[in-house]
Design a protein around this ligand. Structure first.
Ligand code: SF4
Length: 77
């Protein structure tokens, strides 16, 4: 699922626009609430979620990507 921006929380800083490697927010300007211009280009690396200082972005990772997740190391209690 492409990013969803909470317009009430967004401070219009533009950090999510700058970090997105896929240009999902193409054409968005600082000082404005970013537009999700190319939602299908989202690769779900979640940089926008992590860099947002307001916690204004939600991103649902597709189920097939969650199933493929494998931790680097086993945790031994
Ligand atoms: S990083 Fe967060 S607060 Fe900044 S423009 Fe993007 S959604 Fe808005």
């Amino acid at each position: 699922m492409p990013p969803v921006i909470d317009k009430e929380k967004c401070s219009r800083c533009g950090k999510c626009v700058d970090i997105c490697s896929e240009d999902v927010f193409y054409g968005s300007e600082k000082g404005e609430i970013p537009s999700v211009t190319y939602p299908k280009e989202c690769s779900h690396f979640a940089g926008c979620v992590h860099i947002c200082p307001e916690g204004a972005i939600r991103l649902r990772i597709p189920l097939p990507m969650l199933l493929a997740y494998k931790p680097d190391k086993e945790v031994v209690p």
